[in-house]
Design a protein around this ligand. Structure first.
Ligand SMILES: Cc1ncc(COP(=O)(O)O)c(C=O)c1O
Length: 429
């Protein structure tokens, strides 16, 4: 189908609220590895991986083969019937998590994984419904998860779900308290105690947080943030839900999970995106105690679907076989060094931040005032597209570029991406 027809049908038959990234959207036709080709045969280097979801590269042969093989054996039965794939995958999840996090519930998206996590946190709390989330966080697009989101743009409707309290984000570049780490003594984390004491009945069900706030613009909390925050939450009866939807499966380098950088143990972990290299999937993992508190019946028709299980198993096995945790650290360091160099010569880069292959540049009008520059972010996205490079955008002010290539990215790919990005940056005034 040609570009004009796709765009015309898109305009006529899809919800108008489905956003497109670019002024002139790109319609892709095929992909391999880090290369995407559009319907006009223009090639792009992918440094965003379908929102950190194509974790190992497009049309990965091993993962595709695992899905096809499974499809020819057993495609779908629903969670009403146990099968080899779901138990093998659940065992694998337990093996990539610290001891104790051993019970999985498979779903189809990050939204469902977070929704499930909140449900079990509430059943575990025995009727206490208050949840602490973070400002600048993103959790999904169901009514509950939309209310967890702390970005006006993603909430669509006025508040529908009571009992969600948003703590200050550990956003050091724009500290809400005007303080500097470490002299601040983590005031943002300590403020959670006053939030609980003043805005709840004095007991909470859970604290849900992303180890790096993804849609928020890859905001990296200080190393000791989660220790202090979770100690407070647990003192008031709450559990800790680590939302690994963006950070999971090696994205942050060195560890399989983002929370492992913070020396903290969650009670529940949620996953989606990069878990199956683009095959739709989500998962909520909980400790025995939390999982067993959910006494009602539950079902997820597509959850644990053998095809999704095959895709996820093949993805994790490839991550292990290809030393992706080390690669993410090493290629991430190379990319970070290149971004730091570009920031030196482009004074409108306010901050470069991130971990592993999850890196961001926050753009400002002026480094002293830190006035956010969404206009520069839009201009840079368009210039990068013209250079044949795909990157993402985010942040409350829409002024942060998110850069997260598939993790099998090579040294040469990183050099090429940086070159394209540098050329694009030179075109932005
Ligand atoms: C941290 C986080 N949690 C949850 C979600 C929701 O995931 P999905 O879009 O798969 O429903 C997202 C999506 O961007 C996310 O970034």
């Amino acid at each position: 189908m040609d570009y004009k027809t796709i765009m015309s049908k898109h305009g006529e038959f899809l919800f108008p609220s489905v956003i497109n990234y670019h002024a002139e959207p790109i319609a892709f036709a095929k992909a391999k590895g880090l290369r995407l080709t559009d319907v006009n045969d223009v090639e792009y280097l992918d440094f965003f991986g379908g929102i950190l979801t194509v974790s190992l590269g497009h049309c990965h042969e091993g993962i595709n083969a695992a899905i096809i093989e499974q499809m020819q054996k057993l495609g779908h039965t629903s969670t009403l019937y146990p099968n080899e794939m779901i138990v093998t995958m659940a065992e694998k999840m337990a093996s990539i998590l610290p001891e104790g996090l051993n019970r999985s519930f498979f779903v189809n998206s990050g939204t469902e994984a977070d929704e499930t996590a909140i449900t079990i946190a509430k059943t575990h709390a025995g009727g206490n419904h208050d949840i602490i989330a973070l400002r600048h966080c993103y959790s999904g697009r169901s009514t509950l998860t939309m209310n967890l989101c702390a970005h006006a743009a993603w909430r669509v409707l006025p508040t529908q779900v009571p009992g969600i309290k948003h703590a200050h984000a550990p956003y050091c570049y724009r500290c809400a308290m005007g303080l500097t780490y470490p002299e601040c003594d983590l005031r943002c984390a300590r403020d959670i105690e006053e939030l609980i004491q003043t805005e709840t009945c004095g007991r909470v069900a859970a604290f849900i947080a992303e180890p790096i706030l993804g849609v928020g613009g890859f905001i990296v909390p200080p190393k000791d943030y989660f220790k202090v925050a979770t100690e407070i939450v647990r003192k008031y009866g709450g559990i800790f839900i680590a939302d690994e939807v963006q950070t999971g499966f090696g994205r942050t380098g060195t560890h399989m999970n983002g929370f492992e950088h913070y020396d903290v143990m969650p009670d529940v972990v949620t996953y989606a995106k990069g878990m199956a290299n683009g095959f739709p999937i989500g998962c909520t993992v909980a400790t025995d105690k939390v999982a067993k508190s959910f006494e009602g019946l539950t079902i997820c028709t597509f959850g644990g679907n053998p095809l999704a299980m095959a895709a996820a198993l093949a993805t994790i096995e490839t991550i292990e076989a290809e030393n992706v945790l080390e690669r993410s650290t090493e290629r991430g360091a190379q990319l970070r060094a290149g971004l730091d160099r570009l920031a030196e010569t482009h004074k409108w880069v306010g901050e470069v931040r991130g971990m592993g292959l999850m890196l961001a540049m926050e753009l400002v009008e002026d480094r002293a005032t830190k006035e956010p520059s969404p206009a520069k972010a839009v201009a840079l996205m368009e210039a990068a597209k013209a250079e044949g490079l795909l990157i993402g955008k985010g942040g409350l002010y829409g002024n942060t570029l998110r850069i997260a290539p598939p993790m099998l990215v090579s040294e040469e790919d990183i050099d090429e991406g940086l070159k394209k990005l540098g050329k694009a940056m030179d075109q932005v005034n």
